[in-house]
Structure formats: structure tokens, C-alpha cells
Design a protein around this ligand. Structure first.
Ligand code: SF4
Length: 309
């Protein structure tokens, strides 16, 4: 089966960036000012090529998309999922494999959810899409006591519904818009509150083994995605329609990482890269490394033997 890596050799990062920047833009939406400053379209194209390159690299590194895949792109109406769909549509034209995209939005019946926004946007885009209506909002409201965060139950319900839709639609992959900052935040959340060295993987098999979840924006920084979304003028649907407080623990970690980034630019990226460079023998998990069986290597040369060579 052909896959993204099915090339004579692995392209370098700069080759990816180049190849992906060659792909034509999928829509001709007006460019806006980025970060409130008038920018040339050249700056926008660089940002676009950067995001395409990183996404293409993540897809190749993790074998996220293979020949013949039908990828369900989960679209919430936030900047991340719009960017995900946009970049995947663009990559589809230049990719070494053929794959289909199906954009899916789950209307969870939150008050004031602007129902018309996504169908209008997706119809204009010309991508296959499906809007699914399920009233998880009432369920969560009923079950979670007032003042408590509803996100955990809400996400679990949403995940279950999305898995069901993927099954119905014959989708082999489920693509989510999580990015590098989400992954690093999750790492700290799990360390601080769960005593686990565990983040959010770029590719995951569901517990029942029936679905593969992919996060093609895993290498992309949130700041770049936000700039891209503003420049693309995506019709963003606010994420607080449900009235839930953003998870406070995540909020604290976000703030902590933002402060670190301010004092030491590039730290979040280095933290992410450390997830790709794990040394089990220098951690303390006896399930990952046989510390008990660690013994002296009797055959190792003594310093005298080494010097006399
Ligand atoms: S913010 Fe609202 S819609 Fe989003 S996960 Fe939390 S409860 Fe669900």
C-alpha cells in the first residue's frame, strides 16, 4: 500500500516546505492584516508554506495518511479545525497518495450556535461535508452540577458520536485540529495532576481498536495557526457558547507556558521535541527499562586496556 513515506528516500524538511508551498491555494479568500499589521501577501504565503510543510512532515513522520484513506476532518468552527481542513485540502493536491476528505461538524445544540455558518462556508469551499445534530448540551447540563466544568463529559460524548459517524461514513482516519501547544499543555496537565509522563499523541488507536485518530497539526504552533486563521478570515464560531468555564488547570498551564515562552523564546518547541527524544534508561519507569537487571559489563575494557590500544 502506498503511503506518505513511499518515496525513494525521506524528503528533508526544506524539501517538504518547498513541495507544499508549490501547492495552489484552495480558495481565493481576501487576505487580511495579520496581527493588526499590514503584511504583504508574501508574508502570508510564507506562513502558509510553513504550516503546510510542518503538516506534511508530521503526516509522513507518523504515517498518518495512506493511499485510499477517507479522512474525516472534525470541524468545530474554531481556528484550529478550520486551519486543519484548509491545509489538508491544499496538501491533497500535492500529496504522493490519493485520499478523500469529509468535513464533519457536530452541532451539540449549544444555545445561540450559528447553524448557518459552517454549511455556508463548506458549500462555498466545495468540500464534502456532513453536519450532525446531537443534543449533548442538555445531557451535560443535567448531569454536571452547576459551577463545575463540563468539558470532560462533553468531550467524551462528542468523541463517542464522532467515532460512530466515522464508522457510518466508512472513514479510515479521524483528523483532529490539536496542535503543538495543545500537546505540550497536555503533557504538563498529566504530570502536574495525573503523575504521568504522557501527552497527546499525533496518532492514536481508539481503545476499542476500531479507529485511528490523527493530529496532522502536531508540529504547528498555536500562534502561527491563529495568524493564519486571521489572515484567512475564517468565520470563527466562539467556543464559549455552552457557558462552560475553560478548564482552569489547562488555563494555568497555558499561562505558565506563555510566560516561559516570553522569557525564553522557543521553549515550547524544545519541550515538544523532547517528546520525540525519550531516553527510558534515564527515567525511572521499571516497565520501560530493566533497571533491576542492569549489571556491570565484565567484558568492557579497563581504562589501562583502552589507553594501550
Ligand atoms: S467548552 Fe463547552 S462545548 Fe467545549 S468541550 Fe467544554 S463544555 Fe463542551
Amino acid at each position: 500500500m502506498r503511503c506518505w513515506q513511499a518515496r525513494s528516500r525521506r524528503p528533508t524538511r526544506s524539501e517538504y516546505t518547498l513541495r507544499m508551498s508549490d501547492a495552489s491555494p484552495i480558495t481565493e479568500q481576501p487576505l487580511r492584516r495579520i496581527d493588526g499589521v499590514a503584511r504583504s501577501s508574501n508574508t502570508f504565503r510564507k506562513l502558509q508554506a510553513h504550516l503546510r510543510g510542518l503538516t506534511g512532515k508530521a503526516i509522513a513522520d507518523f504515517g498518518m495518511i495512506e493511499e485510499g484513506d477517507r479522512v474525516m476532518v472534525c470541524l468545530s468552527g474554531g481556528k484550529d479545525s478550520y486551519t486543519l481542513l484548509d491545509v489538508l485540502m491544499s496538501l491533497q493536491r500535492a500529496a504522493p497518495v490519493r485520499f478523500e476528505l469529509l468535513a464533519v461538524n457536530l452541532d451539540q445544540k449549544q444555545p445561540d450556535f450559528p447553524k448557518h455558518v459552517l454549511p455556508e462556508y463548506l458549500s462555498a469551499l466545495g468540500v464534502a461535508f456532513r453536519i450532525v445534530e446531537r443534543d449533548t448540551y442538555s445531557v451535560v447540563q443535567r448531569v454536571i452540577p452547576e459551577g463545575r466544568t463540563m468539558c470532560s463529559l462533553c468531550s467524551r460524548l462528542r468523541r463517542g458520536i464522532l467515532y460512530g459517524i466515522a464508522e457510518e461514513e466508512g472513514c479510515s482516519k479521524i483528523a483532529l485540529g490539536h496542535h503543538r501547544d495543545d500537546i505540550v499543555e497536555t503533557l504538563f496537565l498529566n504530570m502536574f495532576h495525573g503523575s504521568q509522563l504522557k501527552a497527546m499523541p499525533p496518532k492514536l488507536r481508539s481503545d476499542d481498536g476500531r479507529h485511528i485518530v490523527i493530529r496532522p497539526l502536531a508540529y504547528c504552533g498555536e500562534r502561527d495557526i491563529a495568524r493564519y486563521a486571521r489572515a484567512r478570515a475564517f468565520p470563527i464560531i466562539p467556543c464559549n457558547l455552552c457557558g462552560s468555564q475553560e478548564n482552569l488547570q489547562r488555563k494555568h498551564i497555558k499561562r505558565m507556558l506563555a510566560e516561559w515562552e516570553r522569557d525564553d523564546p522557543g521553549r515550547t518547541e524544545r519541550l515538544f521535541r523532547s517528546l520525540q527524544n525519550v531516553v527510558p534508561s534515564h527515567l525511572a519507569d521499571t516497565r520501560l527499562f530493566d533497571f533491576a537487571g542492569l549489571a556491570r559489563d565484565e567484558a568492557a575494557p579497563t581504562p589501562g586496556q583502552v589507553n594501550s590500544r
